[in-house]
Design a protein around this ligand. Sequence first.
Ligand code: LLP
Length: 410
Amino acid sequence: MSFFAYKDNALHAEDVPLSAIAEAVGTPVHVYSAAALRHAADAFRSALRTLPAARFAFAVKANPNSAVLRLLAGRGFGADIVSGGELRRALDSGMAPAGIVFSGVGKTDRELSDALDANIGQFNLELEEEGRVLSRLAYVRGRRAPAVLRVNPDVDAGTHAKISTGRRENKFGVSIADAADIYDRLGRLDGLHLHGLALHIGSQLSDLAPLEAAYRRVGELILELRARGHVITRVDLGGGLGIPYREEDHIPSLTDYAAMVARVTAQWNVGLTFEPGRIIAGLAGVLMTRVIWVKPGTAAPFVIVDAAMNDLARPAMYGAYHRFAAVQPSGETMVANLAGPVCETGDTFGTNQEIDRVARGDLAVFHATGAYGASMASSYNCRPLSPQVLVDGGRFEVVGERAIPTERAA
Ligand code: LLP
């Protein structure tokens, strides 16, 4: 189900023609669909609703826009955060502190303190020493910090190397082989309420098998920890489910995921937490751009658009594909190299790609940019951060301004 569809040969976001947004706000612009966000959020929750005491924490890094977070808070989502900035954003957007989970391999003492003072619901510990520091910070406040231990299950998630997190050589979590001993030591600290485990093996996963293998290892660890006398009440299963960037991409359904989770965790007797990011926001956004030039090339012409790697870093960083489509297609196609104006050859969205035929001045979109789109933007080449627009039915609102970080003259 897409909330970006053609009506009278003009691409719309819900009931709003994208050309109207381009006219009002200019390009490039990130456009989100509120209905698509609601649909994805509700689908995720409803697929997993039968699991015991399930909690849902949206991975803020995927899309930290306040309007998006507010909408998700209204759908029963908390937040999975990884920095003090994300903590502020989640709180300012109306996320309940109790629903906030703090992940991240390098939390500073300042960030841990601020999160404690905000009374967040869960700290995901990434190493033993972090647990000791958090315990001290909580103890001096007369508190026990609610915490779980993130384990690295040493499973290959089968995704892009830069977004794999669950192999032994990755920086995340404590080795599953050492986890029980570390848990014993952290479990004795006065400033922690250590009550479970967390894992996250990678992102844009297209196969459930590695997830299932990782979950099973955690299941064995739960048994081991209970045998040692620990009370385990919660396991955070992370995020990672992929979305179809190409029509032919085969992505496991939420139903299959939920069935796998139910099967693997049936005997765990814990509450489960999920940290989905991409699957909630990815398909709910497009990046709209205007063609600046169609420039002759050797094998194929260059279509130079006004969006660049600073607006959408995924192609340059991971070789990721985002479908390009004209806002008012002529029905003809062309083979082209798609590139932005930034002064790097890496500022390329596609090479020798068959696309809708476009000409100078035409509007087009890159699809599926709602997750890790605007959130990874930069102002490289002194290009402003692109505005963000949220469409809801027949209305749209600017929810992020076009802005360039300013510097003071000496
Ligand atoms: N939980 C933790 C601890 C994470 O590190 C992540 C993502 C998530 C949850 C959410 O994962 P998701 O459901 O979105 O797959 N910039 C990359 C993706 C990086 C993901 C980092 N961690 C990209 O554009 O593909």
